[in-house]
Design a protein around this ligand. Structure first.
Ligand code: KG4
Ligand code: ZN
Length: 355
């Protein structure tokens, strides 16, 4: 009998020749336990997500041990649900994909171990996926006509990068944050306003009712022309809130939220537009949890329209962590023959490009 990896390689070669694959994908890099079945990188046959937010909210942030435990408890259930909703059994899928980094090591290990066990049991190829690449690929699920090349602004809890997506799986960094990620800044600003974790979505909602001009915040300076920086903005905001409170002249929370959101969004939009204009980028996509921000979506759409840039944004349900985006990225990796053996390990600090 052939060994597992020889068989997996033969199957992957056959799938490449066919140009088609139904992938079972697993995502457990942070605080969402998710599984999905995706066809040919573009069609979601099912997508199951268990969000652990309630488990972590009590502590004001993700507690790695609690995340790992919840992943262990839920990952099988999510896989079963994804298969059932797709009307399939494990033997019907062509490959098993998993996020192997970046993320929390204990959390990643649950998904990686589960995917290895399933791939081995079903004798199917195992496809390792980078979480950030997954976020970018969420756009392929929402926009069937989108193909590289395009620019992509990835804004999540851990990343703020402007990429040039030159081909499937071929990326170049145009700009990146020098310190905090945009989502991290939103969450920390929300915390001073006593908004529970994760603060970004609720701060966004509160900001809708506030005056964005109530508090003047500095425009961050960066070394690289297309780089970002959010740490100074966050500190300036926290100091301003504390000072106002100490002087007994607190501003309204909605006004504070609106001012902070406006400062972050105008910085994100202006830098992306600078890069788009100077580098002649006709197409821009957004990705990551912060791409659900309502002001970012509105302002980026307006700025792109003014300049004749075509903007792509993932559906709201695909902005945050999910496994469908991992299934999409996995398809393109599979088509390039990028499969892993059973020695695959979690890579908490995995990078997307070596530069
Ligand atoms: O991509 P994601 O789900 O997880 C990571 O890979 O990090 O991003 C989560 C981040 C959190 O910081 C969350 O507060 C932020 O995205 N976020 C938002 C909004 N929705 C999620 N930030 C601002 N406005 C939103 N509407
Ligand atoms: Zn993410």
């Amino acid at each position: 009998m052939k060994d597992y990896f020889t068989l997996a390689q033969e199957q992957a070669d056959a799938l490449r020749r066919r140009g088609s694959a139904r992938v079972l994908a697993i995502e457990t890099s942070c605080d969402e336990t998710a599984a999905a079945v995706v066809e040919d990188g573009r069609t979601i046959l099912s997508s199951a997500v268990f969000t652990q937010i309630d488990l972590h909210a009590l502590y004001g942030g993700v507690v790695p041990e609690i995340a790992s435990r919840a992943h262990v408890e839920k990952v099988d259930l999510m896989v079963d649900r994804a298969l059932k909703d797709a009307g399939m059994e494990l033997k019907d899928v062509d490959a098993v994909a998993v996020t192997y980094g970046p993320g929390l090591v204990g959390a990643l290990l649950i998904g990686v171990s589960c995917a290895k066990a399933l791939a081995f049991a079903a004798r199917k190829p195992l496809v390792p996926v980078n979480h950030i690449e997954g976020h970018i690929c969420a756009n392929y699920l929402s926009h069937p006509d989108l193909e590289p090349p395009f620019a992509c602004l990835v804004v999540s809890g851990g990343h703020s990068h402007l990429f040039s997506v030159e081909d499937y799986g071929v990326l170049r960094i145009i700009g990146q944050t020098q310190d905090d990620a945009a989502g991290e800044a939103f969450d920390k600003a929300a915390r001073v306003l006593n908004i529970p974790y994760p603060g970004g979505p609720l701060l966004d909602k509160l900001a809708e009712t506030g005056d964005p001009h109530a508090l003047k915040l500095p425009r961050p300076k960066t070394e690289g022309r297309y780089d970002y920086s959010f740490s100074g903005l966050k500190t300036a905001f926290i100091n301003a809130v504390h000072n106002a409170r100490q002087k007994g002249e607190p501003l309204k929370d909605a006004d504070l939220a609106a001012s902070f959101r406006a400062a972050v969004v105008s910085f994100l939009v202006d830098k992306a537009m600078l890069a788009a204009e100077e580098k002649h980028l006709p197409r821009l996509a957004l990705a990551g949890g912060v791409s659900a921000n309502s002001l970012l979506r509105r302002e980026m759409a307006a700025a792109c329209e003014q300049r004749g840039i075509r903007l792509y944004m993932p559906d709201l349900k695909l902005c945050g962590d999910n496994a469908a985006m991992i299934g999409s990225a996995a398809y393109y990796r599979l088509m390039r023959g990028e499969i892993a053996g059973l020695t695959l390990n979690a890579r908490p600090a995995l990078r997307l490009v070596s530069a």
